[in-house]
Ligand binder design. Structure first.
Ligand code: NAI
Length: 339
């Protein structure tokens, strides 16, 4: 599926990163038996860069692991449940977290805070103890708050490395590319849209002017497209009618992000993914975490790219994003520190 990347990686290995081919690239998925966790685990099993898969959930992960383990790729798969978190995390280099409840129709991502905040906090405590050097990708919503929660726990435990904590916002970019491609009747693989900010509603800021296909989109079409990118997740929540939110497209996006992260860890250069990280870009406006295009490297975050030139409309979108994002981040930080 991610063959372009894999081919590229092979050439990188041929150029002298041969040791990375043997490197441990064990990936742990926490929440592996869920709607996202299952297809994500399957996609990771089909990624030749993943050398081991550790599937954990409070229930059901051994079954998912037994099933996925029959796929004839080289990685070893193990399933863990209930109290086996220590074994699941030990030796993991990359940890991807889709644990927690999804939205139902009418809910915002912030409505999930009460349930998911404590799930993410507890998982962070275990990661701090058993895999403190791992790179961590958070899918659990609200990402704008769960990433700061995770960071605060790691800080308290003295193991926070801001280069290694990522909120996975790839789905916003995948959607933007698909939706703009539909309007322009273009193959989405040729339509790359930068999306910055956060991962919910108005905090999602697509920068359509920065892509050739997006430049000519204006008026009502522009407004409708921006709205669809910001609230595209609601289409899925509504269509699933109470049974969940995006799982398959999210698994695709999560697998793409993980593949990019591993390629960069393996020494490939020029790997850029949008992701929500601790960022200096809008820190002076009280926004400590921000999603933008980030160049990944052997240590995680290598370079945080600025947002670039914005149109007047995009400046307005950013103006609407920042205060909401600041609130979401503060809520996460306070959740950990007021406990
Ligand atoms: P789901 O309910 O199908 O699966 C969640 C899984 O987490 C369940 O198997 C559950 O047993 C497990 N779980 C609960 N507490 C746990 C714990 N303490 N440790 C380990 N596992 C635990 O939900 P789904 O659809 O997979 O969504 C998961 C999360 O991903 C939700 O918060 C959802 O809002 C979020 N999401 C994020 C997106 C993004 O773009 N970042 C996109 C779509 C969903």
């Amino acid at each position: 599926m991610f063959s372009r990347q894999v081919t590229k990686n092979t050439s990188v290995l041929a150029r002298g990163f041969a040791s990375s081919a043997r490197a441990n690239r064990k990936v742990a998925v926490l929440g592996a038996a869920g709607g996202i966790g299952q297809p994500l685990s399957l996609l990771l099993k089909s990624d030749s860069l993943v050398t081991g898969l550790s599937l954990y959930d409070i229930r059901g992960a051994p079954g998912v692991a037994a099933d996925v383990s029959h796929v004839n790729t080289n990685s070893e798969v193990k399933g863990y449940e209930k109290d086996d978190l220590k074994d699941a995390l030990t030796g993991a280099e990359v940890i991807i977290i889709p644990a927690g409840v999804p939205r139902k129709p009418g809910m915002t991502r912030d409505d999930l805070f009460n349930t998911n905040a404590s799930i993410v906090r507890d998982l962070a405590e275990a990661v701090a103890e058993y895999a403190p050097k791992a790179s961590i990708g958070i899918i659990s919503n609200p990402v704008n708050s769960t990433v700061p929660i995770f960071a605060e726990v790691l800080k308290k435990k003295g193991v926070f490395d801001e280069k290694k904590l990522f909120g996975i916002t790839t789905l916003d970019v995948v959607r933007a590319s698909r939706f703009l491609g539909e309007i322009k009747k273009a193959d989405p693989k040729d339509v790359k849209v930068t999306v910055v900010g956060g991962h919910s509603g108005v905090t999602i800021v697509p920068l359509l002017s920065q892509t050739a296909h997006g430049k000519g989109v204006d008026g009502e079409t522009y407004k409708a497209l921006v709205n669809r990118i910001q609230f595209g997740g609601d289409e899925v929540v509504k269509a699933k009618a109470g049974t969940g939110s995006a799982t398959l497209s999210m698994a695709y996006a999560g697998a793409r992000f993980t593949n990019s992260l591993i390629r960069a860890l393996n020494g490939e250069t020029g790997v850029v993914e949008p992701t929500f990280v601790k960022s200096p870009l809008y820190e002076s406006e009280g926004v400590e975490y921000f999603a933008s295009n980030v160049e990944l490297g052997t240590e995680g975050v290598k370079k945080i790219n600025p947002v670039g030139e914005l149109t007047a409309e995009e400046q307005e979108l950013l103006k609407a994003c920042l205060p909401d994002l600041a609130k979401n981040i503060k809520k996460g930080v306070e959740f950990v520190n007021s406990a």
